[in-house]
Design a protein around this ligand. Structure first.
Ligand code: TXA
Ligand code: MG
Length: 361
């Protein structure tokens, strides 16, 4: 039977794991580990976002990931391991600085790019001579990889281009019927994908900011280069991380970043709403913070908050959920307040600007 046909019409087994200490939990995870070993796809929670996993050594299984997501084949995947000892067979060598970072931050939201070994199929690396590896910290992710007995290749479990899934409902919406099984558990902590660092350059290059900040990395390995397109709309000549060139994290509505002090922002949004409403009725959203959300009460728009500015390190946790909520509310234009740039907000700013396609007012 045709493989695409199979995937589009697949029966998806769904496991909602409310209590991580029961026999039911262990047997569901063990069963899903078995599915991975058999070449099937399983969605699972990590501490960052949900991942869509398959056996990293099985090229046919890995191809199912690309089909389920509608992901371009030239965008490589991250290989997830349960133990540090599992890295050696995946790579040609482990750079010294990578060893230092693993010792400090693994398990955790940090992905390291290293020279790839022959064991990894080309579908995983998109034919690059490097491989991205990470050891996630969530209990279910760890158990699933351990039960599978093989490393798990997994991108975020969203349909390509959509915001990454950080709630069970997001996964069910995007992946039901496209994968063999879905494990749902309340284990997402960061809410944005892992920090990605290329360890093959000297100094190493931060390709994607995430839960482990640039300052935290510098603290352990000294100098790092920040890829220029983290906050700017630049595609380097040689695309270092193929994922960089694709439209990302975007809801259906158009996201517009609004800059200026509190008063200026409110004024700009008000003017845009009246300008856009002149010809026909539109639905508007505003992405604010707990401190600013009340400024917009008099506008005809749905206001959602990212949380409190007093906890900048947590502002990214609900970004993807809020973007999806604006879609559910039917918002066609989403005005997002710009976020003040600090070490802890770099990952949030990166995802927000990409979701807006770098459109600012
Ligand atoms: O937190 C995360 O990293 C999540 C969870 C599931 O672990 N995964 C995730 O995967 O975000 P994905 O595929 O959505 O993002 C992986 C990023 C992409 O931008 C990809 O281009 C880049 O890592 N990447 C993968 N392998 C690479 C390589 N060999 N060289 C450069 N970039 C690479
Ligand atoms: Mg992704």
């Amino acid at each position: 039977m045709d493989r695409c046909f199979l995937i589009e019409n697949m029966e998806t087994e769904i496991f909602e794991l409310n209590d991580l200490n029961t026999e039911g939990y262990s047997s569901a995870v063990a069963y899903c580990g078995e599915l991975i070993r058999m070449g099937k796809t399983v969605v699972f929670p990590t501490e960052t976002v949900y991942g869509l996993g398959a056996n990293a050594f099985d090229e046919m299984a890995v191809k199912k990931i690309f089909e389920a997501k509608g992901r371009p084949g030239d965008n490589p995947l991250i290989v997830h391991v349960a133990e540090k000892a599992e890295v050696a067979p995946l790579v040609k060598s482990i750079p010294e600085k990578a060893k230092l970072l693993m010792a400090e931050f693994w398990p955790g939201p940090l992905t390291l790019i290293m020279p790839v070994s022959e064991k990894i199929p080309k579908a995983v690396t998109a034919g690059l001579d490097t491989v991205a590896v990470r050891m996630p910290s969530g209990k279910t992710a760890h158990e699933l990889i351990a039960q599978a007995g093989v490393p798990i290749a997994a991108p975020s479990a969203n349909i390509s281009g959509r915001p990454s899934p950080t709630e069970g409902a997001h996964v069910l919406e995007d992946m039901t019927g496209k994968v063999s099984a879905i494990l749902i558990a309340d284990e997402i902590e960061v809410g944005l994908e892992s920090t990605v660092v290329d360890m093959t350059s000297e100094p190493p290059t931060l390709l994607r900011p995430g839960g482990i900040t640039a300052d935290a990395l510098r603290h352990v390995i000294g100098d790092i280069t920040l890829s220029p397109n983290i906050t700017e709309n630049i595609i380097p000549e040689k695309v270092m991380s193929p994922g960089m060139k694709y439209r990302h994290y975007a809801p259906k509505g158009k996201v517009i970043i609004v800059r200026g002090d509190a008063e200026t922002k409110a004024e700009k949004i008000k003017n845009e709403i009246s300008r856009l409403s002149e010809i026909e009725k539109h639905y508007f959203g505003i992405l604010a913070t707990d401190e600013t959300k009340n400024t917009y009460l008099n506008l005809d728009a749905q206001v959602l908050s990212l949380g409190s500015q007093k906890e900048p390190e947590h502002l990214g946790r609900h970004l993807f959920d809020r973007l999806r909520q604006f879609d559910m509310l039917g918002c066609e234009y989403i005005f997002a307040e710009d976020i003040s740039r600090e070490d802890e907000t770099l990952a949030l700013i990166n995802r927000l600007y990409k979701s807006a396609g770098y459109v600012f007012i």
